[in-house]
Design a protein around this ligand. Structure first.
Ligand code: G6P
Length: 368
């Protein structure tokens, strides 16, 4: 049944490994594989063409999916995004009008602050799109339009497959917006969709690195602090890596934009500080390498999550590398989420914490 762990020790492991399949289901809902175009039914209701900004709000891991999509909407659709954590957004008294569209993102569709943000936007006349995994949820009912993630039930408290499926839906919306706003040529859109169609097979290849990642658990379990660094769409992944590690293993972790290293976290670097650097070989890879060198020069222990090219160009700054296949920019945040999830998972398993039900956490936070 859907509610059993199959051959896995934990729901979280099962859900991590379901990603190639559920990403396939979600992508095929939002992309036309034949014409290689985004095909998001109901996206016209969001009025992308006329917007001067898009509002996005969510909590936890869903918020981090939104943060990745900010880079996409701005780059591929030239649509400015205003994104905030729902518990902040709802009390900011930010101006919202009937010219606005707000996207809320929620696995459960029941998170209290996200629902309150939806209602705030709705009361002020905005159009509401909701990306939810549970179609009969309150948020789904109250939104003007629902874009469902086809992740299936997610039981593990820490969100995994819902996150990557949220990214798949958001990629669909961003490309659709790019087309409607006259930013993406048909050729460019087809190129990007062709890359996204490769996500399930790339996800399988990323999962094949699991035994390399498992080896990191033992040294990491001895640390009391860890730092995650990334730039651009890998910055939200750094935040996600730190969030997952602290939730599951109770090791204090922080995610930082790599460029902010010098503005604070570098003060903490010493030989007891594991630093995870999420850096595919892309246009800003070199910038991240110089941050790595700064960390290495202070004795920091670097685990570099990158691709073949990145591994060969990093010099000897990294103590360990997790090497993923080469892939294009748009798919990287979806695929790089998998090693990030596996690091937290295996560290928690090694330490013997309750992976599926970490202390003090709830699957869905329905009270403030
Ligand atoms: C809780 C869960 C997280 C989740 C967040 C938002 O904190 O533990 O995994 O990301 O709520 O939940 P939602 O259902 O709104 O996505």
């Amino acid at each position: 049944s859907l509610m059993d762990k199959g051959n896995y020790k934990h729901f979280m492991a099962k859900e991590i490994h379901e990603q190639p399949e559920v990403l396939g289901h979600t992508l095929s809902r939002y992309f036309d594989y034949t014409t290689k175009r985004a095909r998001v039914e109901g996206a016209d209701q969001l009025k992308f063409k006329d917007l001067s900004r898009l509002i996005i709000t969510a909590c936890g891991t869903a918020y981090l999916a939104g943060l990745v999509s900010k880079y996409w909407f701005e780059k591929y659709a030239r649509l400015p995004v205003e994104i905030d954590i729902a518990s902040e957004f709802r009390y900011r008294e930010t101006p919202v009008s009937d010219k606005d569209t707000a996207l809320v993102i929620s696995q459960s569709g029941e998170t209290a602050d996200t629902l309150a943000s939806l209602r705030y936007c709705k009361t002020n006349g905005a159009t509401i799109g909701a990306i939810v995994n549970v179609p009969e949820s309150t948020i789904a009912r109250e939104a003007d339009r629902v874009f469902q993630t086809i992740a299936g039930p997610e039981i593990g408290v820490a969100s995994t497959k819902a996150f990557t499926c949220q990214l798949a839906v958001l990629a669909g919306l961003a490309l659709q917006a790019g087309r409607e706003r006259g930013v993406l040529t048909p050729e460019r859109e087809q190129e990007l969709v062709a890359e996204l169609i490769e996500v399930p097979s790339l996800a399988l290849k990323a999962l094949a690195r699991e035994s390399d990642i498992e080896k990191l658990a033992h040294p990491l379990s001895k640390a009391s602090n860890a730092l995650y660094l990334g730039r651009a769409t890998n910055f939200p992944l750094a935040l996600e890596g730190a969030l997952k590690l602290k939730e599951l293993s109770y090791i204090h972790a922080e995610g930082y934009a790599a460029g902010e290293l010098k503005h604070g976290p570098i003060a903490l670097i010493d030989e007891n500080m594991p630093v995870f650097v999420i850096a595919p070989f892309d246009a800003i890879y070199e910038k991240t390498v110089s941050n790595m060198q700064e960390v290495a020069a202070r004795g920091g222990r670097i685990v570099l999550i990158t691709d073949e090219r990145g591994a060969s160009e990093c010099g000897n700054a990294a103590e360990n590398t997790v090497i993923l296949p080469d892939m294009s920019d748009i798919v990287a945040p979806i695929i790089y989420a998998l090693p990030v999830q596996l690091i937290a998972y295996h560290t928690a398993v090694f330490m013997g914490t309750d992976v599926d039900q970490p202390r003090n956490l709830a699957k869905s936070v329905t009270v403030e």
